[in-house]
Design a protein around this ligand. Structure first.
Ligand code: BOM
Length: 143
């Protein structure tokens, strides 16, 4: 399961370079997307939320109201090896987080809060990938 989340994170993270400019996210703030899973990652920069919004749109994962498109998210996760074991659970966790933060009207801030909530839910459920696993795979992919 943590392996599935590792693959989904690295796949999703490929859109970061495409989204840097429009989200005003500097490389200093987030050099690579997988640092999202670091214990000391800070959810205090709106630009990170804007970047996640842009990355989600890139994979067609958002509806017109900038909420998760459930069907597309399910299919996106299923496009990774063994994704079907985690897709419904992830969609549920993200949706629960969206409901908790629905009153935030700014899309970038709301998506940042949803992402923070999703990260803590994943940790609670033991499906967050380890940094070791992410780094190892990231280095392998870039070689
Ligand atoms: O309400 C907007 C919903 C946007 C959902 C995005 C949540 C994902 C947070 C970022 C973490 C990504 C890790 C793996 C990829 C999941 C798609």
């Amino acid at each position: 399961n943590v392996d599935v989340m590792k693959d989904v994170t690295l796949g999703f993270g490929e859109a970061l370079k495409l989204c840097r400019e429009e989200s005003q996210l500097t490389e200093e703030k987030m050099e690579e997307f997988f640092h999202f899973w670091r214990d000391d990652f800070k959810f205090d920069d709106r630009a990170v939320g804007c970047a996640i919004k842009c990355m989600s749109s890139h994979f067609d994962l958002l509806t017109d109201s900038h909420r998760m498109h459930h069907n597309n998210m399910d299919n996106f996760i299923k496009s990774f090896p063994n994704g079907e074991v985690l897709s419904q659970q992830m969609v549920t966790l993200i949706h629960e987080c969206e409901q908790q933060h629905d009153s935030e009207e700014d899309h970038c801030w709301r998506i940042l809060r949803v992402a923070e909530c999703f990260k803590s839910s994943c940790k609670k459920h033991g499906i967050a990938p380890t940094m070791e696993l992410l780094m190892a795979e990231f280095v392998m992919e870039s070689e």
